[in-house]
Structures are given as C-alpha cells and as structure tokens.
Design a protein around this ligand. Structure first.
Ligand SMILES: Cc1cc2nc3c(=O)[nH]c(=O)nc-3n(C[C@H](O)[C@H](O)[C@H](O)COP(=O)(O)O)c2cc1C
Length: 199
C-alpha cells in the first residue's frame, strides 16, 4: 500500500515539515544534517550543517555558524541559497530554495546562544576563523579548550563569533522513490502553486 502522501500535495507538505520538525530533536534523523549550498554564478559550494529550528508557520529553517566562515561573505553578496536533504529509509529527497538572513549580535542570535550547550560553544572559541590557513594541522583551539576545560563565563567569549542563519523557504521540491513508480512534486511557497513533475 502506498503512503497517504504518495499523490496528495497537502499530505506531502505535511510529511516534509514533520521530517524537518523531527530533525531538530532527533539526533539520528537523516534530515538533521542537510547540505547547504550558496555562492554566486562563478563560485558556489556545499557543506553539511545541523538543522536547529523548523517553523512551518513562517516557512523558516535555521542553523548556526561562525561569523568568520567563508559562507557569510558569500551570503552577504547573494542571500539566495539551497538546502538538500535525503532520508534513505523514507526514500525521500527534499530540495529547498531559500533566502537567508544573517543574525549576529541581535535578539535572534542572543536567544539561540542562550540555548546552546556548553560543549557546542567550543566551536566559537577558535582564535582564527574557520577556513584560515595554518602551518600545522590543528583544531585551532588552545589545548584546554580542546579538553572542554573552560567555564561558562569563558564560553561567553564565543558569542561574538556566533551567528544564526535564518533560511526562508521559497520553493520545495520533493522526490519519493517507490517500486510502484517514483513521484516528484514542486511547491512554490510564494504563490502557493503546486506542480507534479516527471521524476
Ligand atoms: C556533521 C557536521 C555538522 C556540521 N554542522 C555545521 C553547522 O551547523 N554550521 C556550520 O557552519 N558548519 C557546520 N559544519 C562544518 C561545515 O560543513 C563546513 O566545514 C564549515 O562550515 C566551513 O565551511 P564554510 O565556511 O565554507 O561554510 C558541519 C560539518 C559536519 C561534518
């Protein structure tokens, strides 16, 4: 028997957001670590990120990064980006076109920072930003930081590097692999137009 979302636009959208919502808290969800792709026509690339917030009401997804990361400069020049998800068990691929907002030292960043765990703050304590060249192979952290030997107070230093990237979803493309026949659909969230596509 085919699932309810096999040929039903509203069931597909329901399924997609339920997978995105689940990924926020479920560490084993395959939707938790999508590829985020940004850049311009001559220079674009993808990287894995961790999904931190999913908000269907506002068509919004969120992840965290370091303000010194290369992708920040790219997003400042071109806020349009893409996100790519695949769940092997569900046989569902989701491709998103998004428009990004960079949040740094504002209310959104403050709120997310207050919810970060002590161990995650380590990433934002590196002296030189991600992507900086180095003479030796290193995490970029002082040994005591590598060993999680820092107080909550010391971890607050990381806040100045902490960034929340908000991604407003504009288009969703869904592909479902099924023995009975694959199904593919596109959702334009700007004009609410849904379209079936040949897989
Ligand atoms: C499992 C996993 C999770 C990651 N999560 C994030 C993340 O949430 N945010 C982030 O900026 N980088 C994350 N990274 C690192 C990026 O993939 C990338 O290496 C880093 O952001 C530097 O690349 P960029 O500055 O060119 O984007 C993660 C990598 C892996 C393997």
């Amino acid at each position: 028997m085919q699932p309810a979302y096999y040929e039903d636009f509203s069931e597909i959208i329901k399924k997609i957001w339920s997978m995105l919502d689940d990924a926020i808290t479920n560490r084993s969800s395959q939707f938790r670590t999508p590829t985020f792709i940004c850049g311009d026509q001559l220079d674009f690339d993808g990287r894995i990120i961790v999904l931190r917030k999913s908000d269907q009401k506002n068509n919004l997804l969120q992840f965290h990064s370091d303000i010194r990361s290369d992708k920040i400069e790219k997003l400042k020049k071109n806020s349009k980006a893409a996100m790519l998800f695949y769940d092997k068990e569900e046989k569902i691929q989701v491709r998103l076109k998004v428009d990004c907002t960079i949040n740094h030292e504002n209310d959104v960043a403050k709120d997310s920072w207050s919810k970060t765990q002590h161990i995650s703050r380590k990433c934002y304590l590196v002296d030189n930003g991600p992507g900086s060249e180095t003479e030796i192979p290193t995490s970029g952290l002082k040994p005591e930081l590598d060993n999680f030997d820092y107080t909550k107070e010391q971890s607050e230093e990381g806040y100045r590097n902490f960034t929340v990237i908000q991604c407003e979803v504009k288009f969703i493309e869904w592909l479902y692999l099924a023995a009975k026949g694959h199904r593919r659909a596109r959702f334009n969230l700007e004009d609410n137009k849904n379209t079936w596509l040949i897989p």
